[in-house]
Structure formats: C-alpha cells, structure tokens
Design a protein around this ligand. Structure first.
Ligand code: NAD
Ligand code: UGA
Length: 454
C-alpha cells in the first residue's frame, strides 16, 4: 500500500468522494470515519445510506479491498497520512451571525481531535465548504503548541447530488489550495498525484488557500444567481405572455451565457446554495462591504419569493381556497435522483398548503422517509403514498415539485379520470408537456408561461 487516506465525515460528500478515490487508486488504503454509527453500518453493509445513481456499484468494487468505513476515528487518525475533513458546516442557528454565518463547531472539534491523536505529520485537507480563511484558523489550532507538523490544504468539492459519481469521475476541475512554501507545495503535489490517476492534469488547478476557499462559495453563488435570474424573468413572462422556455433557449444559445442552470421553477433547494450564499453575505458584511452583501442577499430573497409566488398561484387558481381539498404533491426531494430533502422547496409548499387546510398527499420514489421526518409535526394533514396513481386519486390538484423521470412516464389520462374536476396541474419544474395535459382536460399552470385553462 502506498499511502493511507482518511476522510472524517461519511455523508453525501465524504462517502461518494472516498469511494471514487478508492476505486481509482487501488494501492491507497482509504478509510471513512463518522460519529454516526447507523450511517457507518449502512456503508459497511454495501447498501449506502444515501441514494446516488452508480454509487452502490463503485462502493462494491472497493469495499473491504482498500475502502473501509469505521467509527474508530482516533485509531484511523493515527494510521492516516492524508486526512480529508468533510463534516457538515450548516448555517449557525445561535449567537453572533445566527442565520447567516457557517457553524464551524464540527470542523473545529475535528481539528482538535486530529491534533490530539496524531503521532506523525499529516496533510489535513479541507473538503467541507467553509468561509474564507478557515484553513488559516485550522492551521493555527493544529500547529499551536509544537508537536507533529500539519500541512493544511483546501480542496473544495463541486459535485452535485444525483450526478455525484459522474461529477467525481469526470470533474470540470479539481481545485487545490495550499501555501506557497516548500511544505505547502509538497502537500499539494501529494494531492495532485492522487487526482491525476483519473483527472487530466490541465483540469487540476492549484491556487492559494484563500482563493480556493472563496472560489467554492463563488461557484455556488453564480449558479444560484442564474436560477434566481431566470425565475425573476419567469414572473415577467407570466404577466406579459412570453414563454420562459423560449426565452431561456434564446438566451442560453449565446455561447458566453450557455444553456445550463436556466431552468425556471419553484426555486432552488438543497443543503448548500442558501447556506453558502448566506455565508458569502456574512463574509461581505464582516468586511464592511454592505452593497456587495446586499447584492448576494437578493439572490436568496428572490428564491424565497419564487416559492411564495408558486403557492399564491396555486391558491388563486383554485378559487382562493384549498380548505379540505386533496392535493397530490409529486416529488419531495430537492431535485431528481436523490433522496435528500434538505431545504427542499417541497417542504415550504406542503407546509403552506397545510396552513391553508388542504389535505396533502406526498409521493416521491426515494424521499418519503425524509419527508415523514421533515413534516412530522403536521400529523394527519399529510399522507405519504408510494403509488403516484393512488396519490392523485380523488385530488383537486397535482403539484409537481421534483422532476423525477417517472413523472414523465405516467398515464395522465388515467390520473385525470380519477381526480375531482376541474382538475388542476401545477408544474413547478416545467417538466411535462402542457399541451398534452391540457388536451386530456387538465387546467395547466407552469412557471413562466401563460396558464392553459378550459
Ligand atoms: P452530511 O451532513 O451529509 O455529512 C457530514 C457528516 O459528518 C455526517 O455524517 C456527520 O455525522 C459527520 N460528522 C460531523 N461531525 C463529526 C465529527 N466530529 N467526527 C466525525 N464525523 C462527524 O454533509 P454533506 O452534504 O456531506 O456536506 C459536507 C460538507 O461538504 C459541507 O461543508 C457541504 O457544504 C459540502 N458540500 C456538500 C455537497 C453536497 O452535494 N451535499 C457538495 C459539495 C460540498
Ligand atoms: C450544487 C452545485 O451544483 C454543486 O456544484 C455544488 O458542489 C453543490 O451545490 C454543493 O456545494 O453542495 P446540488 O445542490 O447538489 O449542487 O444540486 P444542483 O443541481 O445544483 O441543484 C440545486 C437546486 O437548484 C435544485 O433544487 C434544483 O432543482 C435547482 N435548479 C437547478 C433549478 O431550479 N434550475 C436549474 O436550472 C438548475
């Protein structure tokens, strides 16, 4: 075996990333450690605790060959040469910066644990998304008071859920930030050597630590900003009669703009866009950059507004009352091909509909367990269905909130026949053909297009 790698944090990033490294570098021993025993047991069993297309197959190739999952973090730290830290960095909910700043308690705890267990020098790699200059703070904690030397690198992750394996296997770029010292350059080279096993060299960028940290926040901010921009235009389309699909196509054909991330809908969700934008806002504020902070804050506010607008549209098209009406929600995950529901727009939409006293029935092929937890306090006002046809039976309306492929395959004539009339279809992802639904008999409401009503 060449080198021993450890990743602390076996979540959506740590698990898939290490599985791919183990797969591509069979001569490295890769361990993944977590305090969550149930998660580790699931990884060890070969049935990953998260749903991600292609993940199970990659894990199966490396599991117990050179990929190991453990809760014995201290022992694993001692054994490792390179330690990735991929613990969660959620938005702070208390004290200074509450609701905006990143909560770095898990990160700092991990750094202190590494320091107390390490007997040999280590490269510590910041994989979690963190505020600029976190690596500097970690360096300070790790290297204070003498003892073994730690070299801290930043190596943010750009994978998106649902396409994580493809993103890891064929990344647009790998970003590694380190210090411009002999030790820093050597540490960066050790990490470059790992990625270069399967990533072309020209796609591996090495920068200063702070640029690397900021680039991660910046990339998410740019992506989220595109979604808020197209959603802002979608409202204008609805009032002027323009079609957001046609506008996005025409705008995206400009090679300087490009076609991706111009999908209007119910807004972005997921564990990172909101968190990282707020983190950026907080950083700007801390630097006294009020206008800049306000600029990025608007991206989040536009996303909130889009969610409100979607529910308001549902209410107004259903005669301003949904009391006692059954509404089927198609899709609860924050996007297709994942079971993750963190900050999913569906959480907001379901809560608002229940507030309006509707009877909500949620269908999702992968996210029902998480949905039950997210909406636990709503009790009987929400039902959960594994069969989309049963979910829609007797409903006044369907709200499609996650663009799972299966929703494009359903027999909508059968669904329409089983619903109360007039039957409304609210497509929050612009996934289905509105003309087809309209010709079946539905009143069809999409985002950024005029409604089609009978
Ligand atoms: P996650 O919550 O799925 O996983 C984090 C894991 O860390 C959890 O299993 C938790 O139990 C574990 N953990 C926390 N403290 C620990 C400790 N002291 N010791 C051992 N384990 C500990 O989070 P995630 O989605 O994998 O995100 C991790 C980081 O990666 C975040 O900073 C996030 O912003 C970033 N990121 C996430 C994605 C994504 O698609 N989810 C993509 C890129 C970057
Ligand atoms: C996003 C980024 O795409 C990743 O590069 C990044 O690593 C990750 O955040 C992170 O830091 O966690 P992810 O949130 O997993 O990845 O998924 P995306 O595909 O970016 O989708 C985010 C949200 O935007 C979803 O709710 C999706 O439905 C929505 N979206 C996306 C739109 O509303 N319109 C679009 O055109 C594209």
């Amino acid at each position: 075996m060449k080198k021993s790698i450890l990743c602390i944090g076996a979540g959506y990033v740590g698990g898939p990333t290490m599985a791919v490294i183990a797969d591509r570098c069979p001569d490295y021993r890769v361990q993944v450690a977590d305090i969550n025993e149930a998660r580790i047991r699931a990884w060890q069993s070969g049935e990953p605790p998260i749903y991600e297309p292609g993940l199970k197959e990659v894990v199966a190739r490396a599991l117990n060959r050179n990929l190991f999952f453990t809760t014995e973090i201290e022992k694993a730290i001692e054994e490792a040469d390179i330690i990735f830290v991929s613990v969660n960095t959620p938005t702070k909910t208390f004290g200074e910066g509450a609701g905006m700043a990143a909560d770095l308690q898990y990160w700092e705890r991990t750094a202190r644990q590494i320091k107390s267990c390490a007997k040999t020098p280590k490269i510590v790699v910041e994989k979690s998304t963190v505020p600029v200059r976190t690596a500097e703070a970690m360096d300070y904690i790790l290297n204070s008071g003498g003892g073994v030397h730690f070299e801290v690198l930043s190596n943010p992750e750009f994978l998106a859920e649902g396409t994580a394996i493809r993103d890891l296997m064929e990344p647009d770029r790998v970003l590694i930030g380190g210090k411009n010292t002999p030790e820093g350059r050597a540490a960066m080279e050790a990490l470059v050597t790992i990625y270069a096993r399967w990533v072309p060299r020209e796609r591996i960028l090495t920068t200063g630590v702070w640029s690397s940290e900021l680039s991660k926040l910046a990339a998410n901010a740019f992506l989220a900003q595109r979604i808020s921009s197209i959603n802002a235009l979608s409202a204008l389309c609805e009032t002027t009669g323009a079609d957001i699909g046609e506008v996005a196509l025409a705008v995206g054909r400009d090679s300087r703009i490009g076609p991706r991330f111009l999908g209007a809908g119910v807004g972005f969700g997921g564990s990172c866009f909101r968190k990282d934008l707020l983190n950026l806002v907080y950083l700007c504020e801390c630097q006294g950059l009020r206008e800049e902070a306000e600029y990025w804050r608007r991206v989040v506010l536009m996303n909130d507004h889009q969610r409100h607008r979607f529910v308001r549209g549902m209410l107004s098209h259903m005669f301003n009352t949904v009391v006692g009406k059954r509404i089927a929600v198609f899709g609860f995950a924050f996007k297709a091909d994942t079971g993750d529901t963190r900050d999913s727009p569906a959480i907001y939409v379901c809560r608002r509909l229940v507030e309006e006293r509707a009877q909500v029935v949620v269908h999702d092929p992968r996210a029902l367990d998480n949905a039950r937890v997210d909406l636990a306090d709503l009790g009987d006002a929400v039902a959960y269905e594994t069969d989309p046809y049963r979910a829609a039976e007797g409903a006044h309306a369907i709200a499609l909130l996650t663009a799972w492929d299966l929703y494009a395959q359903l027999d909508y004539q059968r669904i329409y026949d089983s619903m109360i009339k007039p039957a409304c279809f609210f497509d929050g992802r612009n996934q289905l053909d509105p003309d087809k639904l309209f010709s079946i008999g539905f009143n069809v409401y999409t985002v950024g297009r005029p409604p089609r009503t009978h």
